[in-house]
Design a protein around this ligand. Structure first.
Ligand SMILES: Nc1ncnc2c1ncn2[C@@H]1O[C@H](COP(=O)(O)OP(=O)(O)OP(=O)(O)O)[C@@H](O)[C@H]1O
Length: 592
C-alpha cells in the first residue's frame, strides 16, 4: 500500500512537471526512494517519518496540471501549497479525496474552469486560497466547513453571488476583482471594502453602490391591455396581501408588547389574595409585598436585595414601566425596564424552573449574600406559583461577547484589556468556587454574553446562581447523573472551568466559542500541533504587536481548562494565579 502511495505521488509530480525537468539529485520524487526517509523536496512527514503531512512546492516553476486523483492517494495530507507556479487546467473533483486537508493554497497560478463543488466536502479545511488564477463559474459554497478561517478567491473570473459562509468566524475573506454580482450579505459588512471591490455587479455595504430597490418589471409596449390589466391586478392582490401581513404583524407585536410590559395584573393573577402593595424597608433588605399583608396568607413578594439602586421605587413602577425585550435566553426572556425617573434595570423572567417558592427564596437569599465587585448583584427578585423574576441593574456597556465580536461601536479590544478581563473573571470565579466554602455553587452558564462590562469597562459575571444544581460538592465528578430522569444533569465546578477555558479561547482567537466549544478546542489543538500557532490568534493582537510569548502562555492555561478529563483541570485558584503571573510579566515588560 505504501508503494502505491509512492507511485501515485510520482505520477502527481510527473503531471505537474511535464518533460521531466532535470532536478538535482536530492529532489527525490521517484519510485525507488521514500518521501519521508529520503526527504523528498517539498515534503514534510510526521515525526516518526511514517506518513506525508505536507506538500509545499511554492515557486518551483511547475508548469503542468494538478492530478488530484493521484495526489489524494496520500490521504494523510494536511497541507498542499503550490503557490506561485504556472500550473494550468482545472482543479479536479477528486480533490475531495484529500479528506484531511486543512490548508489548500493554489494562489498565483493559471488554473481555469470552475472550482468543483466537491471542495465543500473538505470539512477540515481552515485555509482556502485560490486567488490570482483564471477560475470561472460560481464561488464554492463552503458553508458546511465550519472551521474555515480564510477564504481567498480574489483576482479570478468568478461570477454569481457571494456564497453563504460563517462570516463571523472568518479571519480573512477576499473576493475582489471578479465578476460577482448581487447584494453583499449584512453579516459580511465588517470585512471592509477591499474584500469586495472590483466587482461592478456587487452592491450594498461596505461598497458605496447601493442595491437597487427591486421594482416590478416594466410592461412591454407590445403587451395587450388585457394582459396588462391582469398584471396590475396581480400587483394589487400582492400589495393587499403585504398590507394584511404587515397589519397582522403589527397587531401581533402590539399583543406581545403588552406581554413585555410585565403588568401587575398579570402577576397578580397568581395571587388572587393580593389586596395591597406595601414597601417595607428593613435596613439593607427590603420587601415589596403584593400580598394581603393584613390577612398574612400566601405571601408572594418582590424582594429587594440591594436597596440603594431602587430606593423608593414601588413595585408597580417596575411593573408598569416601558420594557424592551433584550433576548430569549436558555432560562427565559430578558427585558430592559425603564421605570419613570429611576435607574434602568433588566428583568429576567425565568421559565420552567421546577422549584418551590420556599426553595427559590432560600436560593436567592444565598445568592444575594454573594458580594464581590466582579459579580453582578441581584437587585431584587419576585416569586409566585407561575412567575419568577430576577432584577439586575442594566449595564450600558454591554457584554464581553459584544465587544469581542465588534458589536460595541466598533471599539477595539486590545491585548492588555483582554488579559485584564481574563484576570478579573478568574479572580471572581475563584471567589465563587473557593472563597465561599460550602456556600459556593457553580455558575453553570458561563459564556461571554453573561460577562457584563461595568461603568469602568471591568468584567462582571452575571446570572450567578441561576442554574439548577443538585446538592453537589466541589469534588463530585463531571455531569453527575441522577436517578430521576426529570432532573437535568448537575453542573459542577469543573464545568465552570471548562466554560472559562472557552472564554479564554474566545479572548485569544476572536472566534465565537459558544456552541462550538469542543470544535474550537480541537481546532486549537490541531493548529498548535502543526506549530502554526500564530495563525490561531485574533489577528488584531498580532497587528498591535502583543507579546507572542504571553499570548501562548494564556493559551496554555486555556488548554488546561478545557482538558477532556474534568479531574485533570486545575482549580480556579490555581488558574487565577497562573493568569496573574502572566499579567505581572506583562506589566513588568511595559514598565521596562
Ligand atoms: N444586566 C444587563 N445589562 C445589559 N445587558 C444585559 C444584562 N444582562 C444580560 N444582558 C444582555 O442581554 C442579552 C440577552 O440576555 P439573555 O440572558 O437573554 O441571553 P443569553 O445570555 O444568551 O442567555 P442565557 O444567559 O439565558 O443562556 C445578551 O446580549 C446579554 O449580554
Amino acid at each position: 500500500e505504501e508503494q502505491d502511495v509512492i507511485t501515485a505521488l510520482v505520477e502527481f509530480m510527473a503531471k505537474l512537471s511535464p518533460g521531466n525537468v532535470q532536478r538535482d539529485l536530492n529532489f527525490g520524487w521517484n519510485d525507488t526512494s521514500n518521501p519521508c526517509t529520503d526527504k523528498w523536496e517539498g515534503i514534510t512527514c510526521d515525526s516518526s517519518l511514517n506518513f506525508v503531512k505536507k506538500i509545499i512546492l511554492d515557486e518551483y516553476n511547475l508548469t503542468g496540471v494538478l492530478d488530484a486523483e493521484s495526489l489524494c492517494q496520500t490521504s494523510t495530507l494536511l497541507v498542499l501549497s503550490l503557490v506561485k507556479n504556472n500550473i494550468s487546467g482545472e482543479l479536479g473533483e477528486e480533490i475531495s479525496g484529500c479528506k484531511n486537508l486543512t490548508h489548500l493554497y493554489l494562489s498565483d497560478n493559471r488554473f481555469s474552469g470552475p472550482i468543483p463543488s466537491s471542495v465543500s466536502e473538505l470539512s477540515n479545511l481552515k485555509r482556502f486560497n485560490v486567488s490570482h488564477n483564471n477560475f470561472t463559474g460560481e464561488l464554492p459554497d463552503m458553508s458546511k466547513v465550519t472551521g474555515l478561517l480564510s477564504y481567498l478567491a480574489e483576482n479570478n473570473q468568478f461570477i454569481g453571488g457571494i456564497p453563504q459562509l460563517e462570516f463571523s468566524n472568518l479571519v480573512e475573506f477576499n473576493v475582489s476583482y471578479n465578476n460577482l454580482s448581487g447584494p453583499i450579505p449584512d453579516v459580511a459588512v465588517r470585512l471592509g471594502n477591499s474584500s469586495f471591490s472590483g466587482n461592478p455587479g456587487l452592491c450594498g455595504k461596505p461598497l458605496s453602490n447601493v442595491c437597487p430597490i427591486v421594482s416590478p418589471p416594466p410592461g412591454k409596449g407590445t403587451q395587450s391591455s388585457s394582459s396588462q390589466f391582469l398584471m396590475y391586478s396581480g400587483y394589487a392582490v400582492l400589495a393587499l396581501i403585504v398590507v394584511l401581513l404587515v397589519a397582522f404583524t403589527v397587531v401581533k407585536k402590539m399583543k406581545s408588547k403588552n406581554k413585555v410590559n410585565i403588568s401587575p395584573r398579570e402577576v397578580r393573577r397568581d395571587d388572587s389574595d393580593a389586596t395591597s402593595t406595601n414597601f417595607r424597608n428593613d435596613g439593607n433588605r427590603s420587601e415589596f409585598s403584593l400580598t394581603s399583608a393584613e390577612t398574612g396568607s400566601g405571601t408572594s413578594s418582590l424582594v429587594v436585595v440591594s436597596t440603594p439602586m431602587v430606593n423608593g421605587m414601588k413595585f408597580d413602577d417596575l411593573l408598569r414601566a416601558p420594557a424592551e425585550l433584550l433576548g430569549r435566553g436558555k432560562h427565559g426572556n430578558l427585558y430592559k425596564v425603564m421605570p419613570n425617573g429611576g435607574v434602568t434595570l433588566v428583568v429576567k423572567r425565568i421559565k420552567d424552573w421546577p422549584i418551590s417558592k420556599d426553595d427559590f427564596k432560600k436560593k436567592m437569599q444565598r445568592v444575594g449574600q454573594v458580594i464581590h465587585p466582579k459579580v453582578l448583584p441581584i437587585v431584587a427578585y419576585y416569586c409566585s406559583k407561575e412567575e419568577k423574576l430576577l432584577v439586575y441593574e442594566y449595564q450600558r456597556n454591554g457584554s464581553l461577547f459584544r465587544i469581542l465580536h465588534g458589536l460595541h461601536n466598533g471599539q477595539m479590544f486590545n491585548w492588555g484589556s483582554r488579559l485584564n478581563m481574563a484576570a478579573s473573571i478568574s479572580e471572581a470565579l475563584a471567589f465563587l468556587h473557593e472563597e465561599l466554602g460550602d456556600e459556593g455553587i457553580p455558575h453553570g452558564n458561563l459564556k461571554s454574553s453573561n460577562i457584563m462590562l461595568n461603568e469602568d469597562m471591568e468584567a462582571c459575571i452575571s446570572e450567578y446562581g441561576l442554574m439548577e444544581v443538585h446538592n453537589q460538592t466541589k469534588t463530585k465528578p463531571n455531569n453527575v447523573k441522577t436517578d430521576n430522569p426529570d432532573v437535568a444533569p448537575a453542573y459542577t465546578f469543573k464545568d465552570d472551568i471548562h466554560s472559562f477555558g472557552e472564554i479564554l479561547l474566545e479572548l485569544l482567537t476572536g472566534q465565537v466559542a459558544q456552541n462550538r466549544g469542543p470544535d474550537l478546542a480541537r481546532w486549537i489543538h490541531s493548529v498548535a500541533k502543526e506549530e502554526w500557532m500564530v495563525q490561531v490568534f485574533d489577528k488584531s493582537l498580532a497587528s498591535e504587536g502583543a507579546s507572542e510569548e504571553r499570548i501562548v502562555n494564556l493559551l496554555q492555561v486555556a488548554l488546561k481548562c478545557i482538558n477532556a478529563l474534568p479531574d485533570a483541570r486545575p482549580n480556579m485558584n490555581q488558574i487565577a494565579d497562573m493568569i496573574n503571573s502572566i499579567k505581572e510579566e506583562e506589566e513588568r515588560s511595559i514598565s521596562c
